[in-house]
Design a binder for this molecule. Structure first.
Ligand code: ADP
Length: 261
């Protein structure tokens, strides 16, 4: 979908928890049809940025727009895969039901999900290679499988803009490949996908757009322009191992927000 407005437009955004700013004067403009990583040290405000865009935290200042309008008017366009740790996985429900929940926004309040919803949900489970788990309880799946169930739920929403908070956390390499394949498929279909990501080494391979964040935006743009050693140093405050030419780093716990040097 290409409209004059950007897929995501964040302007002068400041968010504070208990009077401590965790995002400061953030400007981010994401065009339609890109696959963007948000990177930055722990506590940099990555999750908070997504939550502010989705209206889950109230900003102290600034505005956020999805395709030119506030999220409240664009819910139908937006899919969200939260951090795995923020979900109650003991909730007694089947994998298929979790995926079908992705359709509720489209169905409205009065229609119950029917065979079409079931078909769409099964197709999405097939896309994430979990069709054989459709009738399992969600609590019985591994972490990587649960992550893929939430991805399937976002897929059936048929959104235009997706936000995924650490979809690769705790998943094995095969699952990671499967997930990135799905995300690249979404981009190929013209969707905009925003991913909180921790492994700097895979950024150039997986993504075409990147935002480097550490309370403030250090850089936001095409990977080739924004993902530079200089910007990484500013985002991570020098506590990062650069190996060879391009930016490659040990990034797990490679520093914390708040004191970039
Ligand atoms: P990131 O996703 O980059 O690790 P977060 O957005 O989760 O960073 O957090 C940014 C900062 O805000 C951190 O210092 C974190 O401790 C703080 N924070 C996050 N959520 C809350 C909350 N609900 N109440 C108070 N502080 C919070």
């Amino acid at each position: 979908m290409h409209t004059a407005a950007a897929a995501i437009e964040v302007t002068d955004l400041t968010v504070a928890y208990h009077d401590t700013p965790v995002l400061w004067d953030v400007d981010v403009r994401v065009p339609h049809g890109v696959l963007m990583a948000i990177v930055g040290p722990n506590g940099a405000g990555k999750t908070t940025l997504i939550k502010a865009i989705l209206g889950l935290v109230r900003p102290a200042a600034g505005q956020t727009l999805i395709a030119g309008l506030p999220y409240a008017q664009q819910r139908q366009l937006v899919g969200y895969v939260p951090q795995r740790g923020s979900v109650d996985w003991d909730f007694p429900t089947s994998v298929l039901d979790v995926v079908m929940m992705g359709r509720y926004g489209r169905l409205g309040w009065f229609r119950r999900p029917g065979s079409r919803e079931r078909e769409l949900a099964l197709a999405a489970l097939e896309t994430v290679q979990l069709q054989q788990y459709a009738n399992r309880q969600i609590s019985q799946l591994s972490g990587g499988q649960q992550q893929r169930v939430f991805l399937a739920r976002a897929l059936v929403q048929d959104a235009q803009v997706y936000f995924m908070d650490e979809p690769f956390a705790g998943v094995d390499a095969v699952t990671e490949r499967a997930i990135i394949g799905v995300l690249q498929g979404l981009r190929a279909a013209g969707k905009t996908v925003v991913v909180v990501h921790h492994d700097l080494q895979t950024v150039p391979e997986y993504f075409d757009w990147v935002t480097l964040l550490n309370v403030r935006v250090i850089a936001c743009g095409p990977v080739a322009e924004a993902f530079t050693d200089e910007h990484l140093r500013r985002a991570y405050g020098g506590r990062i191992a650069f190996l060879g030419g391009g930016p490659s780093a040990e990034v797990q716990d490679a520093g914390h927000a708040g004191a970039p040097r």
